[in-house]
Write a protein that binds this ligand. Structure first.
Ligand code: RP5
Length: 168
């Protein structure tokens, strides 16, 4: 059994990387190693299937897959593994990502993909951390701190906006 938390971060194209790197940053924040690859359901179908089939044996705990347009990557990976798969629909087409969203989220019964928002790379990293916190207890306090920091930031913005509104 692996003792280090490890997530696979797969993107359908290197053109997805500017968005996907936010997910990698988030995983690192929670102490989760990221195995990052460009693999495509359409352009490298065999390599993608092999990666998913071997992921568990290679110490991967969760797979995050980002793809755009006819975005089958997350679903194809999910078809070849029992690991949880999180899909990030990419806003990479002329349809503003709605095509990607539907391709990722509308999985048939039996092969679920936990889908985050269009370009929701940060949330994919946070959701993966929440899953892995069930297995690696050191992640839970990091998540709690993250949420506390976020709350403090919003409350501080609330005070600032109140002051600005009073000064109008
Ligand atoms: C998808 O097609 C990729 O995930 C990417 O979002 C989109 C465009 O890919 P490129 O043509 O930029 O390589 O497979």
């Amino acid at each position: 059994m692996n003792t280090q938390p490890k997530a696979a971060v797969i993107m359908g194209s290197d053109s997805d990387f500017p968005v996907v790197k936010k997910c990698i940053t988030m995983l690192k924040k929670f102490g989760i190693e990221a195995d990052v690859n460009v693999l495509s359901a359409h352009r490298t179908p065999e390599a993608a299937a092999t990666y998913a089939k071997e992921a568990k044996a290679n110490g991967i705990d969760v797979i995050i897959a980002a793809a755009g347009k006819a975005a089958h990557l997350a679903g194809v990976l999910a078809a070849h593994t029992t690991l949880p798969v999180i899909g990030i629909p990419m806003k990479s087409s002329t349809m503003d990502g709605l095509d990607s969203l539907l391709s990722v989220v509308q999985m048939p019964k039996g092969i679920p993909v936990a889908t985050v928002a269009i370009d929701g790379a940060d949330n994919a990293g946070i959701l993966a951390a929440q899953m892995l916190a069930l297995k690696y207890e050191e992640i839970a306090p990091r998540l709690a701190q993250f949420k506390a920091d976020m709350e403090a930031e919003v409350l501080s913005k609330n005070e600032k906006i109140k002051q600005e509104a009073m000064a109008e």
